[in-house]
Design a protein around this ligand. Sequence first.
Ligand code: SAM
Length: 219
Amino acid sequence: MVPTMDAKTEELRAAHDVLAEFYADRLADALNQMPIEQALLGLFCNLALAAGLGTGAGDIGCGTGRLAPYLAARGLSPRGIDLSPEMIRVARRDHPGFDFDVADLRNLPFEDASLAGVVCWYSLMFLAPPDRPAAFSELARVVGPGGYLVTAFKAGDDQVRRAGGSTGLGVEFDIYWLSPGEMERQLTGAGFATAFWGGRPAEGQEGSPQGYLLARRCP
Ligand SMILES: C[S@@+](CC[C@H](N)C(=O)[O-])C[C@H]1O[C@@H](n2cnc3c(N)ncnc32)[C@H](O)[C@@H]1O
């Protein structure tokens, strides 16, 4: 049975169903050209493995699954989840051998404290302010004490914008360019402690600076 969704979540899911092949075309090898993102994901893998909680990792809002090989090559056993069934179909097609499932990050299919870490790569920017405390608590629930969360996000002023229109694919959805302060507030409020934060200016076609935060689940 398909669970009922609120209108904004349905809009987001439907848009990402349309965007799945577009992302697969444009982002498949993007990480190879992004040394800062590689370094931060590598640091996350090292810290998560050193936490002694095993190798289980959630790729939360995994999209086309492009990060799975990178995480696996550094010792983690990633399982991707995404709201969009089309993203999951493409992820399974393009990255056979990895586990990908449809799920909402606000109701994760992982046991309590079962993961060494979670990657939330450009996937927390769609949460409306009232949804954030429960969503970040759900992320904290599945990471073992001493495990890690890493996130990348479009950094900005916390205001809602409409995204998707520039693709020319007839989709639009809400996105929040979160301030680093808001991201850190949500994470610390949910039981994480900041281990590293950073950012960089927009490059190329990017419309915003990028923010990065790595946080440790408090014991
Ligand atoms: C900008 S894409 C990033 C995908 C991937 N992390 C990457 O870096 O290529 C954002 C993804 O988050 C997913 N997403 C957004 N809200 C979600 C939610 N509440 N639960 C699960 N996935 C969600 C979208 O469907 C989309 O695939």
